[in-house]
Design a protein around this ligand. Structure first.
Ligand code: FA5
Length: 330
C-alpha cells in the first residue's frame, strides 16, 4: 500500500472517530509496534534500495508525525466536547431534592414560649449555667444545712465552706436573685435556660434539661395575677381549652407555694410547674422592702411541655442526637 493511500485511510478513520477509544484504536492500527500499517512500511525499508529508502523513508516519517499530530488534535477535541456535555444543564432532567434541616423540638418550644411571654409584656432574661452556691441556694432561702437542699441533687464543681462553692445550677431560680439585685420593680421577666441535676435518668428525668422561670414583682401583685398569666400562657401554648388545678406545695423561696396541674382534652392531670408568692426572705436577701412589695414566681420544665405538646414518651429522646427523631417535628 502506498504512503498516499495510507494517508487517505488514516484521514478518513480520524474524521469518523467519535471517542477516545476509537482514536487509540487508530493509533494501534497504523502506528502499533507489532502490526501497525505504517510500522510495517518502516520495517520494510531495510530491504529497499538507497534511493527508495530516502524517498519512502522520509515520506513515511512525515506521515507518522502527521498521524500523531492529527490524533492528538482529535483526542483533545473529543475530551473538550465530553466536558462541555457534562457541564450542560439539562432542563428536562428531574430536579434534585433539597434536603433542609429542621429545628430541634426543644428549640421550637423555647421560641414559642419566648414569643408568648413577650406578647404578655415579659422581658426575657438569662443567667449563667455555672452558678455560685449563694445564688443557687442561700439567696433563695436555702442556707447550708437546710434540708430543702436535698430537693435538688447537685452537680458540684467546687465544694467549699462558708457557701463559697460552685455548682451547675439546679434550677433557673438563681436568676431571680441576680435580676432583683440590679433592677427595681415593677417588672415581669421570664428566664429560659439549661439546668443540671445529679440524678438517675428515666423516661421523665434527665440530668440536664430546660426550665423557664417566671418572676413578676410590684406593689400589689397577687396570686390572682399568677393564675391569669399562667392560664393565658397555657391556652396560647396548647391552643385549646385546658382545665387547671392548683395544689399547695413547698418551695423554700415562695410562701405560699403551689404546684400547677393541667388537663388537656381527653387527657389526664399533668403536673407542669412549681410556683408561689416570693418569700420575704428572698426579698430581704436582695435588699427589697418586703412590706411594700409582692411578687409571684414560677418554674416549669420546658422538656415536659415539649413532651406533652408533641406526645413524646421519653425525655431522653430529645438528647439522643438522632436526626430520625428530630426530623419528625417539622
Ligand atoms: C424547681 O426547680 C423550682 N425552682 C421551681 C419553682 C420556681 C418553684 C419558682 C416556685 C417558684 P422542681 O424541682 O419541681 O422545682 O422543677 C421544676 C420543673 O422542672 C418540674 O415541674 C419539671 O417539669 C421539670 N423537671 C424537674 N426535674 C426534671 C428532670 N430531671 N428532667 C426533666 N424535667 C425536670
Amino acid at each position: 500500500m502506498s504512503i498516499e493511500q495510507l494517508r487517505k485511510e488514516v484521514m478518513s478513520d480520524i474524521n469518523s472517530a467519535k471517542t477516545r477509544e476509537q482514536c487509540d484504536a487508530i493509533r494501534v492500527k497504523f502506528l502499533g509496534r507489532k502490526e501497525g500499517k505504517l510500522t510495517e512500511i518502516l520495517k520494510s525499508l531495510k530491504e529497499m534500495s538507497v534511493e527508495e529508502k530516502r524517498v519512502i523513508g522520509s515520506a513515511a516519517n512525515e506521515l507518522r508525525q502527521y498521524i500523531e499530530h492529527e490524533l492528538n488534535k482529535k483526542t483533545e477535541y473529543i475530551v473538550a466536547h465530553e466536558q462541555k456535555k457534562k457541564n450542560r444543564f439539562d432542563v428536562t432532567k428531574p430536579g434534585k431534592r433539597v434536603v433542609s434541616g429542621v429545628l430541634h423540638p426543644l428549640t421550637k418550644v423555647d421560641k414559642e414560649v419566648r414569643t408568648i411571654f413577650s406578647s404578655l409584656n415579659f422581658t426575657i432574661v438569662e443567667g449563667p449555667e455555672l452558678e455560685t452556691e449563694v445564688y443557687n441556694f442561700d439567696s433563695l432561702n436555702i442556707p447550708a444545712g437546710h434540708s430543702a437542699r436535698d430537693m435538688w441533687d447537685t452537680l458540684w464543681v467546687k465544694q467549699a465552706p462558708n457557701s463559697e462553692g460552685l455548682l451547675m445550677r439546679t434550677h433557673t431560680s438563681p436568676v431571680q436573685a441576680r435580676y432583683m439585685e440590679s433592677h427595681n420593680p415593677p417588672f415581669q421577666i421570664i428566664v429560659p435556660g439549661r439546668v443540671f441535676r445529679y440524678e438517675a435518668t428515666d423516661a421523665s428525668h434527665e440530668i440536664n434539661f430546660y426550665q423557664i422561670e417566671g418572676l413578676m414583682v410590684g406593689p400589689d401583685i397577687t396570686l390572682a395575677n399568677l393564675k391569669f398569666v399562667i392560664e393565658t400562657f397555657f391556652k396560647k401554648f396548647f391552643k385549646q381549652k385546658i382545665e387547671f388545678r392548683y395544689r399547695p406545695s413547698y418551695f423554700p423561696f415562695v410562701e405560699p407555694g403551689i404546684e400547677v396541674d393541667i388537663k388537656l382534652k381527653g387527657g389526664k392531670w399533668l403536673e407542669v410547674m412549681g410556683a408561689g408568692m416570693v418569700h420575704r426572705n428572698v426579698f430581704d436577701a436582695v435588699k427589697y422592702n418586703h412590706t411594700e412589695l409582692q411578687g409571684f414566681a414560677f418554674g416549669m420544665g420546658l422538656d415536659r411541655l415539649a413532651m406533652i405538646k408533641y406526645g413524646v414518651p421519653d425525655v431522653r429522646l430529645f438528647y439522643s442526637g438522632d436526626i430520625r427523631f428530630t426530623k419528625n417535628f417539622k
